[in-house]
Design a protein around this ligand. Structure first.
Ligand code: FAD
Length: 468
């Protein structure tokens, strides 16, 4: 592919926002370049969503093997963990998916340029190869920033403190730690807690808020805590971490709340959120407006304070989710290049956590519905009453729906249990189409499936659930 002298769009960052934006612009017949300093796929494919799910699959499999006798399978001999192979599999899944993006770039005629990009004017991007060498300067009509986020550091703790991991190091252990403290019980923290605990590490999970997975419905969080405790994970909520002290042998942690205590472990994983990644991105003359937390401010078309520069994905703030990043990127590109395209405001987005039990939700929690002063009802259906869940040996969990009164429109849906992350898509569509409880339960759900629980929960709202 010969390189044009001026592009229609230069995208900076090759993650779910950047690569999707580049492909969509190419589909619309535009000349587009995507600049990535590491490897296409971004955090999601290389160091986030995908490699963690490969690791979690190993943990699930181990769990099934340990319970094989419940299913009439006797395993003679010990089950051994081959950590290098587990890590190798996760890396190879990430590689396969990242290669897939490189292939898509070629087939869709996206110019992929490796290197660190800096915006040197509202229509110019300068790319410096990571290994050194002469910079390349690109002229463009528009720029889309999709540089994502990086892990939030703990105040006062150096980034390279020994025995302290970010999620990236937690994906690449050279040996299984005997003990691990995880600070932060959002999705990343609880996924790693489940993974390491399943492999045999003694895990202590510390959360500053009153519940695990603080964004989720309180009943979901309560069941997760119960199940994690059963699995052997030590959970400490409402914790105040005063100090983290790396040592030669591991890490010491001082908590002043909920009760003053000192903890120690071989490794510590910091999972306390993310901060925007703008490292070296903007030349001093390019002054884009940021919000108070340093995220790029955009309007409803993802346009920044500089009219030729757009931004999408994690770099414009929460929710920090791959599917949200991709959706924003498509909206930004279509808004730029499809005449008359109206902005589509994102109102609710599903969020999933892939530990066991899995968690998936969309819309308002029960507490949020109360705080908003809405008239609503809550309907619940337990996994224990689902033939499919019991047959699969996975009876823990529930589907909880929050529905508006008097019409029964779905305001929120919260699922904890097996395959919750697959079940939520139906409720995302329900909210998108403003479907009501009646429309859900009069839709015939196949038997025996876990999806029947969604219909039963809708029936439960009027006291008509059949199986409870
Ligand atoms: P990113 O994917 O971070 O991509 C940004 C890219 O820009 C990077 O590749 C970076 O190298 C590149 N870049 C930055 N600056 C420059 C520059 N100046 N020049 C060139 N390139 C640059 N989300 C989910 O929805 N589901 C999950 O299950 C999930 N699991 C996760 C697990 C972990 C451990 C982590 C860390 C995150 C997870 N996420 C998950 C979040 C998800 O990865 C992000 O929301 C998503 O990757 C954001 O996409 P993005 O394109 O905005 O940014």
């Amino acid at each position: 592919m010969s390189q044009p002298s001026t592009f229609d769009l230069v995208v900076i960052g090759g993650g779910p926002a950047g690569y999707v934006a580049a492909i969509r612009a190419a589909q619309l017949g535009k000349t587009v370049a995507c600049i990535e300093k590491e490897r296409p796929g971004g955090t999601c494919l290389n160091w986030g969503c995908i490699p963690t799910k490969a690791l979690l699959k190993t943990a699930d499999l181990l769990d099934h093997i340990r319970h094989a006798e419940d299913f009439g399978i006797k395993i003679n001999g010990t089950v051994q963990i081959d950590l290098p192979s587990i890590i190798q599999r996760s890396r190879s899944v990430a590689d396969t998916m990242a290669k897939g993006i490189e292939y898509l770039f070629q087939s869709k005629k996206v110019h992929h340029i490796a290197g660190h990009a800096q915006i040197t004017s509202p229509t110019q991007v300068t790319i410096t190869p990571q290994q050194g060498g002469a910079p390349t300067i690109l002229q463009t009509r528009y720029i889309l920033i999709a540089t994502g986020c990086k892990p939030r550091p703990f105040p006062g703790l150096p980034a390279d403190a020994p025995n302290v991991w970010t999620s990236k190091e937690a994906m690449l252990p050279s040996a299984l730690p005997r003990s691990l403290i995880i600070i932060g019980a959002g999705a990343i923290g609880v996924e790693f807690a489940y993974f390491y605990n399943a492999l045999g590490t003694k895990v202590t999970l510390i959360e500053a808020m009153p519940q695990l997975v603080p964004q989720e419905d309180h009943e979901v969080a309560a069941l997760l805590e119960k199940e994690f405790t059963k699995q052997g994970i030590t959970v400490i909520t409402q914790a105040k971490t005063e100090n983290i002290q790396p040592t030669d042998q591991g890490v010491n942690v001082t908590l002043s709340a909920p009760t003053p205590q000192n903890l120690s472990a071989e490794k510590l994983l910091l999972a306390i959120g993310v901060i925007p990644n703008l490292d070296g991105l903007l030349a001093p003359s390019v002054r884009i407006e940021l919000d108070a937390k340093g995220y790029i401010k955009t309007n409803d078309r993802y346009q920044t304070s500089i009219p030729t520069i757009y931004a999408a994905g994690d770099i414009i703030g929460p929710p920090w989710l791959a599917h949200v990043a991709s959706h924003e990127a498509i909206e930004a590109v279509e808004g730029l290049f499809i005449p008359g395209k109206k902005p589509h405001k994102i109102t609710t987005t599903p969020a999933c956590t892939y530990c066991q039990p899995q968690i998936a939700s969309i819309g308002l929690t029960e507490k949020q519905a109360k705080e908003k002063g809405l008239r609503f009802k809550v309907a619940k259906f337990p996994y224990r009453a689902s033939g499919r869940a019991v047959a699969s040996g996975e009876p823990e969990g529930f589907v909880k729906l929050i529905a508006g009164e008097p019409h029964g429109e779905i305001l929120g849906a919260h699922i904890i249990g097996a395959e919750a992350t697959e079940l939520i898509a139906e409720l995302s569509l329900a909210i998108q189409l403003e479907a009501t409880l009646d429309e859900i339960h009069t839709t015939i759900h196949p038997h025996p499936t876990l999806s029947e629980m969604v219909a039963e929960a809708a029936l439960a709202a009027k006291g008509a659930a059949i199986h409870i």
